[in-house]
Ligand binder design. Structure first.
Ligand code: FDA
Ligand code: NAD
Length: 427
């Protein structure tokens, strides 16, 4: 079987949904665009999976978090795609690609050809087996990347209420899933190799606040070590986690969040790869001019960082790079360069933080860490390059984004420290 489309989006995640909306706004004819996804549902806001989806009361469920509600836009239900003549080819894995012939081949042997391809294959969760630890396929050991994983995690949590969980990894998944487990009345021990949680972004001082808050909820931390094996019962269900120093942690369930890898494998011998992603220019175009890459899989030049190539694994960049690629594909030849300010955020328990920019240079902390209203500026060569804020109001978050975009000049670190959030509000 063979089918042909003008535009093909490979991957049906966040970026695919935002790209589809942009295509429809710019005007495409019925039958010109398809989305191929190995998932069984239309694109949805993936961040919901580690937050609202895991709540014990009134959890978020589809169709309520289909894209593009996360950015306050229309909710694109399966009916929307039908009405707009956009074909959703779901539960279909693409097994090979040929960018010279402009074809994709699915696991069923179907060939789908395109004039323009957008690669939006996102990333996958790293498995413990990739670090030489066996046994993470045991029952009640959970990863979290897609809806199926989230459903499984919900079922496992339900079976462990009142029991114990070990969370392996102290990054985004580890922190957000621990909060969800506690809310589901499961006692958590977090294990990770770093000196503190969220080691890629937080300073020790910022991390101490969150760790203290988690400890007040009964969470235990075991830092600076890794898991080496699991123990299972006769039915293959996990019963304990063994650490490098031999410590045995009896448990009813495990959640693993040890990082992710971009899904580049279909294109590695055909397109330029950089920083673990598919390298694109400032129009999101790859080394083949008919192929674009967006979202987690794309390594793109960040103008704010003097064109330095970055691969960002965050929802805001998936949304914006997707829209920008479609603008470049369908818009005038002189589509302006993407002018992006990297933006990360998280919400756990009643806490919420946002970060903009880059975490390089010297750090100036400010605010009241005891009251949960604090922040930090990262200052490089006398200018603000990054800003973090916990517990901010809308206009304060907008202000820290602005201060980073402006690369505000810092006259003295003590001045900024004294002014705190006012430094951003006045910029
Ligand atoms: P995404 O992973 O969304 O989609 C990729 C799609 O491609 C999937 O549908 C996949 O099945 C499909 N695919 C891959 N290979 C394929 C193939 N060969 N054939 C067919 N289909 C294929 N970020 C943030 O800023 N704030 C947050 O709070 C969160 N929270 C969060 C929670 C959880 C649980 C996760 C896993 C991630 C987050 N993120 C986040 C990160 C954010 O969700 C992520 O950056 C975006 O989903 C990236 O969007 P993409 O479309 O690039 O990939
Ligand atoms: P991460 O990179 O944030 O954290 C990985 C953690 O695992 C770190 O604490 C690291 O020290 C630890 N680790 C690494 N190797 C290990 C090993 N062998 N054993 C034990 N621990 C190990 O990755 P993640 O938390 O798995 O998140 C996966 C993806 O999901 C990322 O792309 C992330 O951006 C995305 N995500 C984002 C959000 C958000 O932005 N709020 C929320 C959830 C997920």
């Amino acid at each position: 079987m063979a089918r042909a489309f003008v535009y093909v989006i490979l991957g049906g995640g966040v970026a695919a949904g935002y790209a589809a909306l942009e295509f429809s706004r710019r005007g495409i004819s019925h039958g010109e665009l398809c989305i191929i996804s190995e998932e069984s549902v239309a694109p949805y806001e993936r961040p919901a999976l580690s937050k609202g989806y895991l709540l014990p009361e009134a959890p978020a469920r589809l169709p309520y978090f289909h894209t593009c509600v996360g950015a306050g836009e229309q909710r694109l239900t399966p009916e929307w795609y039908k009405e707009h003549g956009i074909e959703l080819i779901l539960e279909t894995t693409v097994k090979s690609a040929n960018v010279k012939q402009k074809t994709l081949t699915t696991e069923n042997g179907e060939t789908i050809s395109y004039r323009t391809l957008i690669i939006a294959t996102g990333a996958r969760a790293l498995k413990l087996e990739e670090f030489g630890v066996r046994g993470s396929n045991a029952e009640k050991v959970c990863y979290l990347r897609n809806l199926n994983d989230a459903d499984r995690l919900v079922d496992v949590m339900k079976s462990c209420v009142g029991g114990n969980a070990v969370v392996i990894g102290g990054g985004y998944i580890g922190m957000e899933c621990t909060a969800a487990l506690v809310t589901n009345r499961i006692k958590v021990t977090m294990v990770f190799p770093g000196a503190h949680c969220m080691v890629r972004l937080f300073t020790q001082k910022i991390a101490s606040f969150y760790e203290g808050y988690y400890e007040s909820k009964g969470v235990k931390f075991i830092k600076g070590t890794v898991v080496t094996s699991f123990e299972n019962d006769s039915e293959g269900k996990v019963t304990a986690v063994i650490l490098k120093d031999g410590t045995r942690l009896p448990t009813d369930m495990v959640v693993v969040g040890i990082g992710s890898r971009a899904n580049t494998s279909l294109f590695e011998d055909q397109l330029t790869i950089e920083k673990g992603g598919i390298k694109v220019n400032n129009l999101m175009q790859t080394s083949n001019s008919s192929v674009y890459a967006v979202g987690d899989v794309a390594a793109f030049p960040v103008k704010l960082f003097n064109g330095d190539t970055r691969r960002l694994e965050h929802v805001d960049s998936a949304r914006k790079t997707a829209r920008h690629a479609v603008a470049a594909i369908m818009g005038p030849r002189n589509t302006s360069d993407l002018d992006y300010v990297p933006f990360f955020y998280s919400r756990v328990f009643t806490l919420a933080w946002q970060f903009y920019g880059d975490n390089i240079g010297d750090v100036v902390h400010y605010g009241d860490f005891t009251k949960g209203k604090f922040g930090a500026y990262w200052v490089n060569k006398g200018r603000v390059v990054g800003a973090f804020l916990e517990g901010g109001a809308k206009e304060e978050y907008e202000a820290i984004a602005r201060v980073v975009k402006l690369k505000a000049t810092v006259k003295g670190k003590d001045v900024v420290e004294g002014q705190g959030i006012d430094f951003a509000l006045r910029a």
